[in-house]
Ligand binder design. Sequence first.
Ligand SMILES: [Zn+2]
Length: 56
Amino acid sequence: MEKLNYRRQYKSDTWHWCKNCPDWPKEDYTIRHYRPTTGQLCEECRNLDEAGSCEK
Ligand SMILES: [Zn+2]
C-alpha cells in the first residue's frame, strides 16, 4: 500500500500531500500518513495529482 504524507500547518485546516505544491508546509506542521478525516484537502494538490505530476 502506498504510504502518503499529508501535511497541515497548525494555523490552517488544509491538508497537502504533494511535495511540489506551492503551499507545501515546511515548518509548523503536523503529519498524517492516511487520508485525513478532518479539515480540507488542498485543491492544488488535487490538481497536481489528477495531472499525474504530484511528487509524493
Ligand atoms: Zn497543496
